[in-house]
Design a protein around this ligand. Structure first.
Ligand SMILES: [Zn+2]
Length: 159
């Protein structure tokens, strides 16, 4: 498959996960999400994949972006809008991802294990090309994008 022709789809975390957490459901560590007031521009919501506005309330919680625990199922901190928002689903990355400096990107196999040769650290502006080239590999089922702090941002699949 030619990488340049690989189409992809980007989605925020499932709405049922976001709604359960907003309703007091436990996070991946079995704890209730914390609430905090967003300050500055570094507060991306993993459901709508937009930045939470300065002054808005956010949930802070541990998220495991895999369906089951296993050695590669990294769990880490994420933010969510406390208020309802619309799940992101599009054939392109959110525009603000271009400002991730840098971002981590890597592919996973169908068994949810990292495909090691795919791991990259790239400027945000190069993320779309990196996703296309990783998804062009037949041994990759999906891609995760993470911040430079290793915080999960979103999952990218073939479109
Ligand atoms: Zn949101």
């Amino acid at each position: 498959m030619q990488a340049a022709q690989t189409r992809f789809i980007v989605r925020g975390i499932p709405t049922e996960h976001a709604q359960a957490l907003r309703s007091g459901g436990h996070d991946a560590h079995g704890q209730a999400p914390l609430t905090s007031v967003a300050r500055g521009l570094g507060n991306p919501c993993r459901h709508c994949l937009q930045l939470i506005a300065d002054g808005d309330t956010k949930l802070v919680l541990a998220y495991r972006p895999f369906s089951a625990p296993q050695p590669y199922a990294e769990t880490g901190p994420v933010f969510l809008h406390q208020a309802d928002c619309e799940r992101y689903e599009a054939d392109h990355l959110p525009a603000w991802f271009a400002h991730l400096a840098p971002a981590l990107v890597r592919g996973y196999g169908a068994n949810d294990w990292i495909v090691y040769e795919t791991g990259r650290v790239v400027p945000g502006a190069e993320l779309a090309d990196a996703c296309r080239s990783i998804l062009a590999r037949e041994d990759v089922a999906y891609v995760h994008i993470r911040s430079k702090f290793n915080c999960f941002q979103c999952r990218v699949e073939r479109g």
